[in-house]
Design a binder for this molecule. Structure first.
Ligand code: HEM
Length: 530
């Protein structure tokens, strides 16, 4: 009886406090309630769920942006989703208001349970995230990226040697691109040089990532929409067992790679990060460090390999516009035909840099970016952004802004990145690596890999479409797969050496298998890390 009276008293006090504290009470100014950004018409309760795109969401978002403008609101059964379709809106919100817009939406099954909350890309924006960012910065920043050039030099040389060996018949070059990217990353991170794309270390990573993608599918688990369901006992919550079993495989993959890396000879990124943890007295279990490095490697591998695959697709579908020939004329002028292009040639070859930027614009590997999230209410250009909104910078729209890039946004035109008078690079907004405090930390490493690989492939080969029996170019899909990373569907291209001098130079250079990559790593670390 006494406790009932107490409950009633507490309730009365709380209701009173609520009414007194609410905006407008006791003369507090009530903020003018702004409208939500425009968006497609909604149904009661469902909102826009019935219109939610089943795949390639970025295309539907782009179509909506043509009707509703650069900032759109969707209601997914009560979940606010804000789509940003212009570089200005994405920059103003995600970069300039980075403290507010750097969170990630929750993935209960895929992240909180299956990855034990340790997936770098999906971590909430909190102190632990910032600690990981601080650990990653010295090994991925501009200075570190510059130190890694000798490894990219080695692996891009091997790429052109491999392509020459593959002959000038039509080939699916994806494995060659992936081997190069994987070898750059796995050598740097773990001291493991990748000899073929079919190595166990890569096959295991693909298998684990495929399983993870299944767990991360939006709408697959009710608990992702209603996290309270996670309080159910295990026998009523089958996702818990699935997640626990996946965690074992993630752990085995990343801890296994880290342990082998730490036991290898010479300098590697993993040892550098372990040293930072030890010397700074950071309390970080092995699993957590292993996941950080492993997820960085995964993020690097997929996005970089697929961007290289999109480059080859651009050559065979868009090369007729003359940019390949112009790049080759530039290469001949600056490099000549007696040696491979090198990083030292970069200042004299702005056109190759322009191809890299145009590639990231024409087919951004993350076409809908990675969703951000805001926990607090804010406003933008007379619209209200509600608390707990998922915020998506639609890279597909942002890279197709005609006001920024001109009317020919669907065409591959590197010239748009160059000043017409000086021929040097000109500033245009880039979207491919995301925004603000979640911007891709690997962008310097990625741009360097793309630059040297593209320069060398174009120096060595005419990259041409596969031909049908009647001599026509075989049609290829240019839309790509659905998913966080958009991949071209399998296709074939012909890599025809541009002349005998290509064979001469590559024969003289020889393949790179005899190079001791540990020695290369030890040397590149001097002065930067040791
Ligand atoms: C062409 C290659 C690449 C592309 C297109 C790319 C793109 C992206 C994008 C769009 C994001 C999300 C940004 C955002 O949320 O706004 C991201 C995040 C990330 N990327 Fe990359 N990336 C590439 C290569 C790399 C490389 C080489 C590394 C590491 C060596 C890397 C490591 C990461 C990590 C760790 C994150 C998570 C950052 C966070 O959530 O705070 N990426 N990347």
């Amino acid at each position: 009886m006494a406790s009932t009276a107490l409950y009633v008293a507490v309730a009365v006090v709380l209701v009173g406090v609520y009414f007194l504290a609410r905006p407008g009470a006791l003369g507090k100014p009530r903020p003018v309630s702004l409208p939500l950004p425009p968006g497609p018409p909604t149904l009661p309760i469902l909102g826009n769920v019935h219109q939610a795109p089943k795949s390639h969401a970025w295309l539907q978002y782009h179509a909506w942006s043509k009707t509703y403008g650069p900032i759109i609101h969707l209601n997914m059964a009560g979940q606010h989703v804000i789509i940003l379709a212009s570089s200005k809106a994405a920059h103003d919100l995600l970069a300039k208001q980075g403290a507010t817009f750097s969170d990630r939406p929750r993935f209960v099954v895929a992240h909180e349970l299956a990855l034990q909350g340790m997936h770098m890309l999906l971590r909430p924006y909190n102190e632990r995230f910032k600690l990981h960012q601080k650990l990653e910065a010295p090994v991925l920043g501009e200075r570190a990226a510059k130190a890694y050039l000798p490894i990219q030099d080695l692996e891009s040389k091997q790429l052109v040697v491999d392509l020459l060996k593959a002959g000038d018949g039509p080939i699916d070059c994806h494995d060659h691109m992936e081997r190069m990217t994987a070898s750059i990353i796995y050598s740097l991170f773990y001291g493991h040089r990748v000899l073929t794309a079919k190595e166990a270390i890569l096959l295991q990573a693909h298998a684990v990532n495929h399983e993870f993608d299944q767990l991360a599918q939006v709408g697959k688990y009710l608990v992702d929409s209603f996290p309270v369901l996670n309080n159910l006992p295990a026998f009523l919550a089958p996702w818990k067992a699935e997640a626990a079993s996946h965690w074992q495989r993630q752990r085995a993959l990343h801890v296994g790679n880290l342990e082998r890396g730490l036991a290898s000879e010479g300098w590697i990124v993993a040892k550098q990060m372990q040293k930072a943890v030890d010397t700074q007295g950071i309390n970080m279990p092995t699993d957590e460090l292993a996941l950080d490095i492993g997820i960085m490697a995964d993020a690097a591998l997929d996005a970089s390999s697929e961007t290289m695959a999109w480059f080859v697709l651009a050559c065979i579908t868009e090369g007729h516009r003359g940019w390949m020939a112009r790049a080759q004329a530039n290469l001949d002028g600056v490099v000549g035909r007696a040696r491979l292009p090198a990083f030292e040639d970069r200042p004299a070859l702005p056109y190759i840099g322009a191809i890299v930027e145009e590639l990231l614009r024409w087919r951004p590997a993350g076409a809908a970016g990675v969703p951000h999230f805001t926990k607090v209410e804010s406003s933008y250009e007379s619209f209200r952004i509600p608390a707990n909104s998922v915020v998506i910078a639609n890279h597909w729209s942002i890279t197709r802004e005609e006001a920024v890039f001109g009317p020919d946004v669907e065409d591959f035109v590197p010239e748009r990145w160059l000043d017409t008078k000086s021929g040097q690079a000109r500033e245009l907004p880039t979207a491919g690596f995301g925004y603000g405090r979640r911007i891709c930390p690997g962008r310097h490493v990625a741009r360097n890999s793309l630059w040297i690989a593209i320069a060398r492939v174009l120096w060595a080969f005419n990259v041409e479409p596969e031909l049908s029996e009647t001599g026509e170019a075989v049609a290829v899909d240019t839309k790509g797969t659905d998913g966080l990373v958009t991949k071209p569907l399998p296709f074939k291209a012909r890599f025809s050496p541009r002349g005998d001098w290509v064979r001469d130079v590559l024969t003289m250079e020889g393949d790179t298998w005899a190079v001791d990559h540990h020695e290369v790593l030890d040397k590149l670390a001097v002065g930067v890390f040791i």
